[in-house]
Ligand binder design. Structure first.
Ligand SMILES: Cc1cc2nc3c(=O)[nH]c(=O)nc-3n(C[C@H](O)[C@H](O)[C@H](O)COP(=O)(O)O)c2cc1C
Length: 312
């Protein structure tokens, strides 16, 4: 039984943290294991072309994880089936709980090279990519994260196609690629995917994604739209404690978690990521208490972990 089915059997539903480039790295995921862990983590997306190039060392850190973060699914992107096959052959040795293909990202720089959600327009290539991943994935489950269409909603056509590819899981971000984030996620269309799944591929697990900001909202959407689970992205930026269901986290706890995060960043990240990449986490933790805004402004002026620690 694959990991997604196992979670469903144990818990009846799945809460997943979305893959988010430069946000959901191993340091942040380890902190979340302490303060509110989802049922399932995804890594940041890693380029299969980058992995197969001389620059492998610059991209491989995106797949770094520790055992406490399990279950963790590796997310890959690219549009060259051979590079997918070679990459998967190499990375299965790290024993991921799943391998996910990114057909959802809508950042202009990746679209212009025919990657990520631009692949929605290339179903034959998608079929080759899925076959390439499967050919080397051994018994690791294979999934796709995608949107409702590229420049128009094509739920029936696109998901009927994907559901015939025998995928273990599909995450449906309820927007089209051209929308970016400008319109609300369309959960009625996500529900249509569930109905298609019931007809075409009952074993494929479906996660809905888009604009969910709490576990209570996730529960409501799971019962209303019949998805197996919900993936939360930007909601975690507003509330890193989201997966704990706790509310009103006090100032001392927030500061302690920031300290823990930065110490771990210092230990794990070496020189791979610049210090300023940590400012977003300072904003996340240092909020919702009297004086948070003043403290945040002070921390934003810091240039090293030591400086932050001496202030807090
Ligand atoms: C900063 C940021 C980075 C993201 N990086 C990725 C990524 O690496 N892979 C991916 O599939 N989606 C990525 N996404 C999209 C999210 O996974 C998610 O689909 C999207 O934010 C919608 O969910 P939400 O409304 O809960 O935020 C990213 C989103 C944000 C905001």
């Amino acid at each position: 039984m694959n990991i997604y089915k196992k979670i469903l059997e144990e818990k009846g539903k799945i809460s997943a943290l979305a893959p988010m480039e430069d946000v959901t790295d191993t340091v942040f995921r380890q902190v979340l294991c302490d303060i509110g862990k989802p049922d399932l983590f995804f890594t940041e997306f890693m380029s299969t072309d980058g992995f197969m190039s001389k620059g492998r060392d610059k991209v491989i850190h995106r797949l770094e994880f520790t055992d406490i973060e399990r279950p963790v699914t590796f997310q890959l992107w690219g549009n060259n089936p051979d590079n997918y096959a070679q990459t998967v052959k190499d990375i299965v040795k790290y024993n991921p709980d799943g391998i996910d293909i990114n057909i959802g990202c809508s950042v202009r720089s990746v679209l212009s090279h025919g990657h990520c959600s631009a692949l929605i327009k290339e179903p034959e290539l998608v079929e080759e990519i899925i076959k390439a991943v499967r050919s080397e994935s051994q018994d690791v489950p294979v999934s796709v994260k995608t949107r409702l269409g590229y420049d128009e909603i094509i739920t029936d056509e696109w998901f009927s196609f994907l559901l015939k590819r025998n995928l273990d899981l599909i995450t449906v971000h309820g927007r089209i690629s051209k929308d970016g984030y400008s319109t609300p996620a369309n959960w009625e269309e996500i529900e249509k995917v569930v109905r298609l799944r019931n007809e075409i591929s009952p074993n494929t697990v479906i996660l809905g994604n888009g604009d969910v900001n709490s576990l209570n909202q996730a529960d409501e959407y799971i019962s209303k739209y019949d998805v197996d689970g919900v993936m939360v992205g930007r909601g975690i930026l507003q509330n890193p404690w989201l997966f704990s269901r706790r509310e009103n986290i006090g100032k001392d706890e927030r500061i302690d978690v920031l300290k823990k995060h930065l110490k771990l960043f210092d230990k794990v990240s070496e020189d791979r990521k610049p210090f300023y990449s940590q400012r977003k986490y300072m904003k996340m933790y240092i909020s919702n208490f009297d004086g948070a805004s003043e403290l945040r402004s002070e921390l934003m002026k810091c240039n090293t972990v030591e400086e932050v620690l001496s202030i807090v």
